[in-house]
Design a protein around this ligand. Structure first.
Ligand SMILES: Cc1ncc(COP(=O)(O)O)c(C=O)c1O
Length: 384
C-alpha cells in the first residue's frame, strides 16, 4: 500500500537538538574576516572575545553587576566548573527531569560526594519547585532538552534565598525568558539556540555567586581549566575575554555572526517569538491528530525549543522500533534529520523548534510526519 507523499518539503531539514540549525542567513563565506592565525591575546582577538561577552549580556538582558564569561568545554564545561567551584559550602538539592540533569546528579553524588538531596521527575514532568529548599544550593536544568519540559518562570525561587541557584540553561538561553535575578549561575553553549559552533560555553555569575567564589575554597583540587579565582579573588580577565586557554577564533567569529542575526530578528523578543511560533505549529498538528502527543504533560511546562513527541496509537506493537522507523523514513526522504528521541529518553520524536528554525520549515515537516506515521503503520500491518 502506497501512502501519498506531501507536495512540499522543508527548505532546511535540520531539526537536530544540538548542534542546532545555523541561522537562516548563515554563509561560511561570512566568516572570512575571522582573525585566524592570530593570537587570541592580541588586541584584535581580545576585542572579538569581549564583544561576544558584551553582546551576549546585552541581548539576554543580563543585569548590571553580573559577570559573563567564555569558558572551555561547552555547556558541560561551564556547568561542571560552576559545581566544582561553588558547591560544598552547604548542602545541595539536585533537581533532575531528564538525562543532562541526571548527569549533574551523578557529578555531585558520586564525584564530589557532597551532602545532597536528589529530587527527580519522570520524563515529561518537572519537580514540584514549591517543595525545594532554596536555602540549600540548588542545581537544575531550565529546559530539559531530552524530555521537552521547561521551568515556567522563576516565581518559586525566593529573592531572599540563602543558597545559590545553579541553572543549566543551554537549550533555553535566547529562546526563553530567564529571570537572572533568581539565577546565581546560568550556563549555556553556543551550539544550541543561536546555532553557533560547539566547544565553548558561557557562564553568567550573580554578585552572590562571585561572593561565594571569593569567600569559600572547596575541599577538592581544581584543575587549571576550572579555576575562576586566584588568591581568593575572582579572575576578572575571564569575564573580559581573557579566556582560560586558547579558544577557536573561528567559533568566536561564527558566534558574533549569530549575534548579528539575533539582533536582526529583534533580539531576545524576536528570538522567543520565533521559537514560540515554531512550537505553535507543532501544537496545532498534535491537537489535530489523535495518534501523537507531547511527552510534556502540562502545557505550562512544555518546551518551545526541544519539542518531544510520543506516538500513542494502540496499533503500535513496539514503540521504540516504530519511532525509530518513522525517524528513519523522514531522514531517508531528506525532510528531517536527527529527530529521533534522545538515547536515554522515552521513544518518540524530538523536533528542535529553537529560534534558528524557520516556521515555514516546521509547517512543511508536519505533513511528512503524518505520511511517515501512516506508512509505518501500513508496513507494520503488512508484516504482521
Ligand atoms: C540540558 C543540557 N545540558 C547539557 C548539555 C551538554 O551540552 P554540551 O555538549 O554543549 O556540553 C546539553 C546538550 O544537549 C543539554 O541539552
Amino acid at each position: 500500500m502506497t501512502i501519498a507523499q506531501p507536495a512540499t518539503r522543508p527548505a532546511n531539514p535540520r531539526f537536530s537538538s544540538g548542534p542546532c540549525a545555523k541561522p537562516p542567513a548563515f554563509d561560511l563565506a561570512n566568516l572570512a574576516d575571522a582573525p585566524l592565525g592570530r593570537s587570541h591575546r592580541s588586541a584584535e582577538g581580545k576585542a572579538r572575545l569581549k564583544a561576544a561577552i558584551d553582546r551576549t549580556a546585552d541581548i539576554l538582558g543580563v543585569p548590571e553587576g553580573y559577570k559573563v564569561g567564555i569558558v572551555p568545554a561547552s555547556d558541560t564545561g561551564a556547568f561542571e566548573m560552576a559545581m566544582w567551584n561553588l558547591l560544598g559550602e552547604r548542602p545541595a538539592e539536585m533537581l533532575a527531569w531528564e538525562s543532562f540533569g541526571a548527569g549533574w546528579v551523578t557529578d555531585v553524588v558520586k564525584q564530589l560526594k557532597i551532602e545532597a538531596e536528589v529530587k527527580t521527575a519522570e520524563y515529561g514532568e518537572i519537580v514540584d519547585l514549591a517543595s525545594v529548599d532554596f536555602d540549600k544550593d540548588v542545581c537544575f536544568t531550565w529546559n530539559g532538552t531530552t524530555s521537552g519540559v521547561r521551568v515556567p518562570n522563576g516565581d518559586a525561587i525566593p529573592a531572599d534565598r540563602k543558597g545559590l541557584t545553579l541553572c543549566d540553561a543551554t537549550s533555553a538561553a535566547f529562546a526563553q525568558d530567564l529571570p537572572f535575578e533568581k539565577l546565581d549561575v546560568t550556563t549555556f553553549s553556543w551550539q544550541k539556540v543561536l546555532g553557533g559552533e560547539a566547544a565553548h560555553g558561557m557562564i553568567i555569575l550573580s554578585p552572590r555567586a562571585v561572593e561565594r567564589l571569593e569567600s569559600y575554597t572547596p575541599a577538592w583540587p581544581l584543575p587549571k581549566i576550572f579555576r575562576l579565582t586566584k588568591g581568593g579573588k575572582l579572575i576578572e580577565g575571564v569575564f573580559k575575554g581573557e579566556t582560560i586557554n586558547t579558544p577557536s577564533m573561528l567559533a568566536v567569529e561564527d558566534y558574533l555572526l549569530a549575534l548579528d542575526w539575533a539582533e536582526s530578528v529583534g533580539g531576545l523578543k524576536g528570538l522567543i517569538g520565533r521559537a514560540d511560533a515554531n512550537t505553535a505549529a507543532v501544537t496545532a498538528f498534535v491537537e489535530a491528530h489523535d495518534w501523537i502527543d507531547f511527552l510534556a504533560t502540562d502545557p505550562a511546562t512544555r518546551s518551545n525549543t526541544s519539542v518531544c513527541l510520543k506516538f500513542t496509537d494502540a496499533r503500535i506493537t513496539d514503540g521504540a522500533t516504530f519511532a525509530k522507523a518513522v525517524a528513519k523514513r523522514l531522514a531517508d526522504e531528506g525532510v528531517a534529520l536527527d529527530i529521533g528521541a534522545y538515547r536515554d529518553a522515552p521513544a518518540g520524536l524530538r523536533i528542535w523548534c529553537g529560534s534558528t528554525v524557520e516556521t515555514s520549515d516546521v509547517e512543511a515537516l508536519l505533513p511528512w510526519i503524518d505520511w511517515a506515521f501512516q506508512a509505518e503503520i501500513a508496513a507494520q500491518t503488512e508484516a504482521a
